[in-house]
Design a protein around this ligand. Structure first.
Ligand code: RP5
Length: 164
């Protein structure tokens, strides 16, 4: 695989069923990516090293998913100017609302683009990362346009049980 352009990180392998949605979209659009577990509170030094080296390694965006007191995206953003896309992972007791608030309420000056809780957020984070790459890549922009057109067609083809 060529040099990764997008990094997917998550606080635990228990986040993978959600973050897999992001991975699937990067695969579908043939985007070189890497994916790994990086925990803010259990491997803080590795998290900082990952963030500090991200730009020099050629990453164009980092998709960071975490649950609970989800400080991973914010702490990564604190150590890099590569865009960080935060995905709140559903938590056991608060259904991910805690994750969402932890990620979205960044103090002014260090942004984290925050997505929806769960699978939709992971998928949309990947699509957003792809759209960033498409700014400089007309072929990729066309693939995104095709994807949107397919979505449109699937809605136009929707049947309802009571339709005559
Ligand atoms: C966070 O704690 C992870 O992002 C995960 O969502 C949550 C629970 O982690 P595990 O106990 O499943 O490893 O760090």
């Amino acid at each position: 695989m060529s040099t990764p352009l997008i990094g997917i990180i998550m606080g635990s392998n228990s986040d993978y069923p959600v973050m897999q949605q992001a991975e699937q979209f990067l695969q579908q659009f043939s985007i070189p990516y890497e994916i790994r577990v990086v925990s803010a509170h259990r491997t803080p030094d590795i998290m900082f090293e990952y963030a500090e080296n991200a730009r020099a390694r050629g990453l164009k965006a980092i998709i960071a998913g975490a649950g609970g007191a989800a400080h991973l995206p914010g702490m990564v953003a604190a150590k890099t100017t590569v865009p960080v896309l935060g995905v709140p992972v559903p938590s056991k007791y608060l259904r991910g609302e805690d994750s969402l608030l932890s990620i979205v309420q960044m103090p002014k000056g260090v942004p984290v683009a925050t997505f929806a809780i769960g699978e939709a957020g992971a998928a949309n984070a990947a699509l957003f990362a792809i759209s960033l790459l498409a700014n400089d890549n007309p072929e990729l922009a066309q693939k995104l346009a095709d994807f949107r057109e397919n979505q449109k067609q699937s809605v136009l083809n929707m049947d309802l049980p009571s339709q005559p």
